[in-house]
Design a protein around this ligand. Structure first.
Ligand SMILES: NC(=O)c1ccc[n+]([C@@H]2O[C@H](COP(=O)([O-])OP(=O)(O)OC[C@H]3O[C@@H](n4cnc5c(N)ncnc54)[C@H](OP(=O)(O)O)[C@@H]3O)[C@@H](O)[C@H]2O)c1
Length: 292
């Protein structure tokens, strides 16, 4: 099968097309014929060397996919060949086929496209799990701040949390403030010079210096969750998404019922040129997806 792998950490030229044997699913895995994959910051950081991993090279990256079940392992009894599913495996998605553990698989509802499903597999699933954790904690009623809300995790979080906080302050990238405000008029865009009222929760999706400023406004029993950085403040938690088909399936159901809107920036065919191009595109509002 055709796959695109990184040969070593570095700039986009380290991504190369390779030929690999089609994976054989293990007993608790399904083999997917991939329909769409999404560009994830994590894969880009591993390719560039910003995030170091110990996987052998060449390494097929890609952590968000939608695919059609091509074969099932002998212990998978509740899924069938031909079904459309999505998942966020740890790598191996930049390929025509990917074997994925049953526990990571979510069925895609009929009215959700392959592109939408791939787009939310990692970032949307992160937002879903984070929202569940936040809503399950004993926060008092009050304001929320999302740092980096213009990204793909942030946009889904706004939709999942908007009804649960009295106010949502957000920070955005340099080019996305107007687009975010158009999409979500209820949020208040702030920067480090804005005076805020007390906040009961902060979600940090950037990990920049500004967070220490926002911590001044966090109530003493408030909480901060960061997907990127561990802070020394006792109120801070480092959040890690745990790939789980059940949470992804709940999110896909919410997408199917139009409770969550998925923003797609661009779609292109899956090939080396487009993957290289998308891996270095900056300041996109919405997800970049490659379709098979
Ligand atoms: N721990 C986990 O399990 C986990 C899971 C998912 C994601 N993550 C991480 O969480 C982060 C966010 O993920 P994502 O998918 O939402 O990424 P994304 O789609 O690339 O979004 C990042 C957003 O942050 C904005 N931004 C950049 N600099 C900023 C600043 N100084 N202040 C405010 N906003 C700023 C960007 O705007 P511009 O585009 O205009 O620069 C962009 O809109 C990434 O680092 C990702 O790797 C971690």
């Amino acid at each position: 099968m055709r796959a695109i792998a990184m040969t070593k950490p570095g700039d986009i030229e380290v991504l190369q097309t390779i030929s690999l044997a089609r994976p054989i699913p293990k007993a608790k895995q399904v083999l997917l014929q991939n329909l769409a994959i999404a560009i994830e910051p994590y894969d880009c950081h591993v390719r560039s060397g910003k995030i170091k991993v110990n996987n052998p090279l060449p390494l097929v990256l890609g952590s968000s996919l939608a695919g059609r079940i091509h074969a099932v392992g002998e212990k998978v009894t509740d899924l069938k060949v031909g079904q459309r599913v999505a998942a966020s495996p740890h790598f191996r998605s930049y390929a025509e086929y990917t074997a994925v553990g049953r526990s990571q698989i979510a069925l895609i509802p009929d009215n959700v496209t392959d592109i939408q499903a791939a787009a939310v597999a990692l970032s949307g699933q992160t937002a879903w799990q984070l929202a569940e954790e936040i809503l399950g904690s004993s926060l008092s009623v009050g304001a929320l701040l999302i740092n980096g809300a213009s990204g793909n995790v942030g946009q889904i979080l706004i939709q999942l949390l908007a009804d649960h906080f009295s106010k949502i302050y957000v920070t955005t990238g340099s080019t996305s403030a107007a687009k975010l405000k158009r999409q979500f008029p209820q949020v208040e865009i702030v920067n480090s010079t804005t005076r805020l009222s007390p906040i009961v929760a902060i979600i940090d999706l950037v990990g920049n210096q500004a967070v220490s400023n926002y911590l001044k406004y966090l109530t003493s029993n408030g909480l901060l969750w960061s997907t990127v950085k561990q802070y020394s403040d006792r109120r801070c938690n480092l959040f890690s998404m745990k790939s789980n088909g059940q949470s992804l399936e709940k999110l896909l159901t919410a997408v199917a019922q139009s409770q969550v809107k998925v923003q797609i920036a661009r779609v292109a065919p899956f090939n080396l040129k487009n993957l290289r191009h998308f891996q270095i595109l900056q300041h996109q509002f919405g997800k970049l997806v490659l379709k098979f």
